[in-house]
Design a protein around this ligand. Structure first.
Ligand code: TYM
Length: 330
């Protein structure tokens, strides 16, 4: 069985991008593969040193994963900080990661710009910790969104360097979306991708109430009326279609597409339809999350069970790593 690994930071509420970029595929993969999914709580500390909300955010991310259909009996669902072997592998991989390549990482440059007063070494070596998460289980498939592609390339580089220097331990890991292009869910304001920290009104959270979802969708940028028949779509209109393809029925998408091509589209109607389909998509996830996220005993059981499975796999890898390096003196 191929090994699957992925993670989500506990920096706040999960959104539609996290769902369609990552969690949807976790759920699709859980039956067939050996899966390790975790809450990247240590990664969170690179940008969120204040831990007042950490516990409730970790609980929420776990609950949201389960509410989306992840079955903690079928996969290892755990917290990064509970698997201590991660820290050991991270330390070792740091000796195989070069300062220059770390400084060139897009996410590092973005985050350094966003937090100029806290450009810490953890932020610089963020991709090394992520590589440790993946290599720890010798995973080969990593379901993630488009924004994580560069990190996967770095993971392969670190793993290959280890293999060349010390002997074959790690397989190559690839970002995975069932052979399709990796997903990038756009934000509602037509600028960039949906994210946790950017414009809150342009992001649809899995926790948003019905009316808030409607309000956000209705505010999304569109044109005043139809353009000439068969003109190319501007990005922000394409984004609305993209979101519609994710949550609406195929015949609905088809209708609005042909309206667009015939210059007969009414964007108000399109957004109303999208808003209702979005409400129907998000509501059950939100309600299920609410019923789980305060059940501390249940979540504790999940975390303990997940950590036990993950540490077993981690321990086996670390044996091989120590042996390959020569960290065995008797
Ligand atoms: P994070 O917490 O930023 O995001 C979690 C997952 O959601 C995906 N995602 C998106 N996909 C499509 N469109 C969007 N707008 C969008 N926004 C977010 C991300 O691609 C990701 O799959 N570094 C990782 C966490 C991590 C990790 C790992 C992932 C730590 N260790 C090991 C995989 C394997 C991150 O910051 O994800």
């Amino acid at each position: 069985k191929a090994v699957v690994m992925s993670g989500i930071r506990s920096t706040g509420f999960l959104h539609l991008g996290n769902y369609f970029g990552a969690i949807r595929n976790y759920v699709r993969m859980q039956e067939e593969y050996e899966c390790y999914f975790m809450v990247a709580d240590l990664h969170t500390l690179t940008t969120h040193p204040d831990t007042k909300e950490l516990k409730s955010n970790v609980h929420r991310v776990l609950a949201e994963n389960i509410a989306c259909g992840l079955d903690p009996e079928k996969v290892a669902l755990y917290c990064q900080s509970h698997v201590y072997e991660t820290a050991e592998l991270y330390l070792i991989l740091n000796m195989l990661a070069y300062k220059g390549e770390l400084e060139k990482t897009t996410t590092f440059k973005d985050k350094a710009r966003l937090h100029p007063d806290n450009i810490n070494a953890g932020l610089l070596t963020y991709p090394v910790l992520m590589a440790a998460d993946i290599l720890l289980h010798r995973a080969s498939l990593v379901p993630v969104g488009k924004d994580q592609e560069q990190h996967l390339e770095m993971t392969r580089n670190f793993g290959n360097r280890f293999n060349h220097r010390y002997g074959e331990v790690f397989p190559e890991a690839f970002a995975f979306n069932f052979g399709e292009e990796l997903v990038k869910v756009p934000s509602l304001d037509g600028a960039g991708k949906m994210s946790k920290s950017e414009n809150q009104y342009a992001t649809l959270y899995l926790s948003d109430e019905d009316d808030l979802i409607r309000k956000k969708v209705m505010k999304a940028k569109t044109d005043a009326g139809p353009t000439e028949p068969n003109t190319p779509m501007p990005d922000y209109i394409e984004n609305i279609f993209l979101l519609m393809k994710l949550v609406s029925a195929p015949d609905v998408v088809e209708k609005f597409t042909s309206d667009y091509n015939n210059a007969a589209i009414r964007y108000g109607d399109m957004k109303k339809q999208l808003a209702e389909d979005m409400v129907n998509f998000i509501r059950p996830i939100r309600e299920k999350t609410e019923s789980i996220r305060n059940d501390e005993q249940y979540l504790r059981r999940i975390m303990e069970m997940g950590a036990e499975k993950a540490r077993k796999s981690a321990a086996a890898t670390m044996e091989k790593v120590r042996e390959a390096i020569g960290l065995k003196y008797y």
